[in-house]
Design a protein. Sequence first.
Length: 251
Amino acid sequence: MLPVLFLIFHWFLSLFLQSFFLHRYCAHKMFQMNPFWEKFFYFLTYIAQGASFLNPRSYSVMHQRHHAHSDTHKDPHSPTNHGNVVSMMIATYYEYKKLLAQSDFEEFKKEFKDDSIIHHYPTWPWLDKFAAGHWNIILWTAIYIFLYLWFQVEPLYYLLIPIHLFIGPIQGAIVNWCGHNYGHRNYDIKDQSRNTLLWDIPLMGELYQNNHHYSCQKINFAHKWYEFDPTYLIIKFMSFTRVIKIKRSCL
């Protein structure tokens, strides 16, 4: 039972940081935070995602390309371009690796609908370099094996370890595949984005794709009275405690 509880904790921590830090802060700059909190959440995102850590700068640019070219042939991770979720994620991986090798992102400005969203992306050179290397995968594989040995569980539970190792891509696959394939639409926009109500609760607001694509700078992804965005509630608490400051234009 302990490994299952640990996996649930790891799932929600990783997902929250992807939604809060990588998505709403790094990619969209919906709120501000001081250098201390930026580094804190940067490092916490690394701890949560471990072997599958998503570089904030590369993630941000790839996400902006997704919005600029949503569900077209230029979209880096759209189900409309792929027959299954595996081929979509393989293509996403190669796009991400290409961006990871880029040193200058100025050339991408012309692709985006709104140049004002191009901003300073957080970087942490030594951590970014280590996280992108093979030693990072080896380190986190060893950590999870050690934890499961400490849990003293049955051998079957060790099958959960790959989920820990690839938790970032797994969550990204669910959001991008399901968010453009299943559910309802509040807004009639050009792409195929959709909302998936009840299934969105364990995805921390990220499956309100239609709402988000309709107004990508609105910090609350839930637009109807019956929709619920868990990440937004936590963001509101952080704003109340002055850990962050939400931009007025994003409310």
